[in-house]
Design a protein around this ligand. Structure first.
Ligand code: UD1
Length: 355
């Protein structure tokens, strides 16, 4: 059986890691296509190296652009790839423009499409990721859902008969990497001379937070006013807006730093007091590591983290600082994101549902 995985952006490389390992263990002919959406080495290459992912078989080199230009360029290039490889399954990951391109190309060419991380909804139709995930779920032949909540969204959209709860592959990779880095000092802590437990880790990259300089200024001001150092792991989109509008990423308590490789990020979060982020993946990683998180958004797809008290949504500067300073959440042993064996289930399902 031949599976073509299409990835292009940082969170997709993390999800690909356990799938590539499980596919190899099952002797599946697995072709990895990198669209080139993320091309900076710290957003791309380091993930392949650190997580032991095979080098992509095909690299489309699409790069940055507006949604239409970027997605369209991928779509055109993917048609040729799917024609050449005739996959039994196209596997699309998450909710980026690379996901949508894979989905549209696969259905147009009558290739069976499986969507990993299906059923997530923010119900915010202004988010590009929301369009990407809704459209991909409805195009897919197999919706691989990470959580019960995702299954309920798929059911309410009439997609139950093609949906399966597999768990979250990010739990698979996080558990492995956590066990690998546990016990070693964090490189970030050493490099910046931080005190473990006495700093925050922050990431801000979403268009809603970075494209409007007034919004970005207020978020940066809130982070800068915190009592402990805040290490801001700066995505290129954030660096670009800050430079354009002369916003200081090193003001007050802020320490600007390049994005981290995955094991360094996990090790830094483990050593931190709390996380402030607008990333989907990092909210959940913080929860799985039992580090309190403040999410700088008005809604989240990962509602379990909020319901269990480990994640607080805040966009107003005062609400952000209040949330960071709040008391520690109540301990929990809940496992809404699965048992760390989701990738095995995904591969088994692809094999069983083939042909
Ligand atoms: C994309 C995903 C988002 C995901 C994020 C993870 C979409 C719509 N969004 O957002 O869901 O959370 O990846 O990081 O697909 N850039 C570089 N170097 C790179 C990549 C991007 O400099 O390697 C710059 C470019 O100027 C580009 C901007 O960052 O215009 C945004 O990149 P893009 O891939 O369009 O979206 P992300 O914000 O990274």
């Amino acid at each position: 059986m031949k599976v073509v995985s299409v990835v292009g952006a940082r969170p997709q490389f993390v999800k690909l890691a356990p799938i590539a390992a499980a596919a190899a263990a099952a002797n599946i002919d697995h072709v990895i296509v990198h669209t080139g959406q993320h091309y900076d080495p710290m957003l791309s290459d380091v993930f392949f190296e650190d997580l032991g992912i095979p080098t992509p078989d095909v690299h489309l080199g699409v790069g940055s652009g507006g949604h239409g230009v970027q997605t369209g360029a991928m779509l055109g290039a993917l048609d040729a790839v799917f024609d050449e490889h005739s996959p039994d399954w196209v596997l699309a990951y998450g909710d980026t423009n690379s996901t949508l391109a894979a989905a549209v190309s696969a259905v147009k060419l009558h290739r069976p499409l499986a969507h990993l991380e299906a059923g997530l909804r923010s119900f915010n139709r202004r988010m590009p990721e929301e369009h990407n995930r809704v459209l991909t779920d409805h195009a897919a032949d197999l919706c691989l859902a990470p959580t019960e909540v995702a299954m309920s969204h798929l059911a309410s959209e009439g997609l139950s008969d093609r949906s399966v709860l597999v768990g979250d592959v990010m739990t698979d990779v996080l558990h492995q990497v956590r066990d690998r880095v546990a016990g070693s000092p964090s490189r970030l802590v050493e490099e910046l001379g931080l005190t473990p437990g006495a700093f925050h880790v922050a990431t801000i990259h979403r268009a809603e937070n970075t494209d409007d300089p007034a919004i970005l200024r207020s978020i940066l001001g809130a982070l800068a006013s915190l009592d402990l150092p805040v290490v801001l792991l700066a995505h290129p989109r954030l660096v670009a807006t800050a430079a354009e509008h002369a916003l200081d990423l090193g003001q007050g308590s802020l320490i600007a730093h390049a994005p981290l490789a995955y094991p360094d990020l996990i090790s830094a979060v483990l050593a931190s007091r709390s996380v402030v982020t607008d990333s989907g993946g990092l909210q959940k990683e913080a929860f799985l590591l039992r580090v309190p998180c403040v999410t700088v958004r008005t809604e989240t797809e990962w509602v379990e983290t909020v319901d269990l008290g480990w994640n607080t949504l805040a966009t107003d500067p005062q609400a952000i600082t209040d949330a960071v300073r709040r008391a520690a959440p109540r301990p929990t042993d809940a496992t809404p994101y699965g048992d760390g064996r989701a990738a095995e289930r995904v591969v088994r399902l692809l094999l069983e549902s083939h042909g």
